[in-house]
Design a protein around this ligand. Sequence first.
Ligand code: UD1
Length: 431
Amino acid sequence: MATIKIRGGQRLTGTVRVDSAKNGVLPVIAASLLASTGETVIEDVPVLTDVDHFADLVRSLGARAEHQPNGRLRLCAEQLTTSTAPYELGRKMRASIWIAGALLARTGHFRVPLPGGCNIGERPVDQHIKGFEALGATVVIEHGYVEGYVKGRLKGARVYLDICSVGATINTMLAATLAEGTTIIDNAAKEPEVVDLANYLHTMGAQIWGAGTDTIRIEGVTSLHGADHTVIPDRIEAGTYMIAAAITRGDVFVEGAIFNHLSSLCAKLREAGVEVEDNITGIRVRAKDPLRAVDLKTLPHPGFPTDLQAQMLTFLSTVEGVSIVTETVFENRFLYIPELRRMGVDVKTEGRTAVVEGVAQLSGAEVAATDLRAGAALVLAGLVGDGDTIIRDVDHLDRGYGDLVGKLRSLGAHISRSDDETSALHLVQAN
Ligand code: UD1
């Protein structure tokens, strides 16, 4: 596992450009499986391990997926050879369940490893299954796999999601595109990535209305074709750099960040006294002390994103006063906190609530990333920690942040990465 070393104390300044959204690219790759003719070309695909694993997953089904040097991913699913995803690939990523809806619609069958719980929560897939069953599929869970099949075409239906789930909305939407008749998804997720997926499906020939609202309507068609697509900028990557600017009391222009996708973060940063400027091509964030403590609660979009909770809590730990952070989306998303405490963060947790008391100075320490966003939080703490911070297990960060070290360095951070633990430790001693 790789390590990152940071010498804290640099104020970040300059411009950083965000990549296309990881959580937008994955559903588009899944949706490309619906195309019985033609190629899909996704432009500006970020260099991330999750994208590589997803490309391997669709290849294992017989589809073509070629990375091209200019950041294009060329996909063709005209010839699928199987509708069973291998355990080894499926288990690497929870999002592999997202191929189920496309396979069911296209081939009448899917068999995908049942995703296990993970270190942010139990993460069941009952709502995905509810969607498939409403459209007429039979779904069984056996031998560690979830398997679904239907004789003939799926049939459009009204589906009420008990939980506003991004994944279940995406899977039901994918399945419904080729169903016979009308599907209505009530209590649908409104995340920008759901809207982006609907736009891509539209260019493939699907008929979808209402994406981005609580109710999505889909009129099934008999076939879809490949199409070109550029995915929206990554709001979580953008938000992480915005928070990096705030925590270092810096001045950073986050190019590509879309204000409407990040309105809850912008509101909370402003409440804390950070200057946030919507510049159409991006968002500029400037911060200087004194700042104010704020409370926040994670919620489905347009509420505060759970994927920015750890980063924001870390920022609040450097602001004078007491902030209360409540996690409502996942049941176990404070696992990173013990590592943050080792860096001097003063925080108490009770169930899904964390009470953070700002401290004057965080301290560098040797810590380990427990997951992708937790890793980002440790990097933020390291940027302002006194002395050196070494973060282990940073391969988690490669799942969602392209060239994190290069981007932060371009903003003035003293940060380096080593894929060999001994040389990272040596670097620290040498400095
Ligand atoms: C997606 C994102 C993830 C983000 C999350 C919430 C990707 C690859 N992942 O995950 O980064 O944190 O949205 O914004 O895009 N649930 C059920 N039953 C289900 C499905 C979900 O109970 O069938 C629960 C989950 O356990 C969780 C909540 O619903 O507590 C929200 O999950 P969901 O929106 O489905 O998240 P994902 O799609 O897995």
